[in-house]
Design a protein around this ligand. Sequence first.
Ligand SMILES: [Zn+2]
Length: 86
Amino acid sequence: MSRGGRRDGPTEPIRTCVGCGERLPQRLLQRFHLHDGELQAGPGPGRGAYTCRRRACLERAVARRAFGRTLRARVVVPAGLTDLFI
Ligand SMILES: [Zn+2]
């Protein structure tokens, strides 16, 4: 057995939910990015911020202005964005 520090299988990228602060595999989280200063869900250019796919986390992230901190920008949250999740 080698002990080279390599793990079996691909390593999953881990991201932090900006709503609750939990660290989870990226595939379980929703990515957000800025488009012309507006927060948009989904893949996109530039920095990304992640939340759990839960309305509570998304609302909390908005209320705490966590997106602005993470994306280092002024963030406009479009009306209805939190309707993305139940
Ligand atoms: Zn969360």
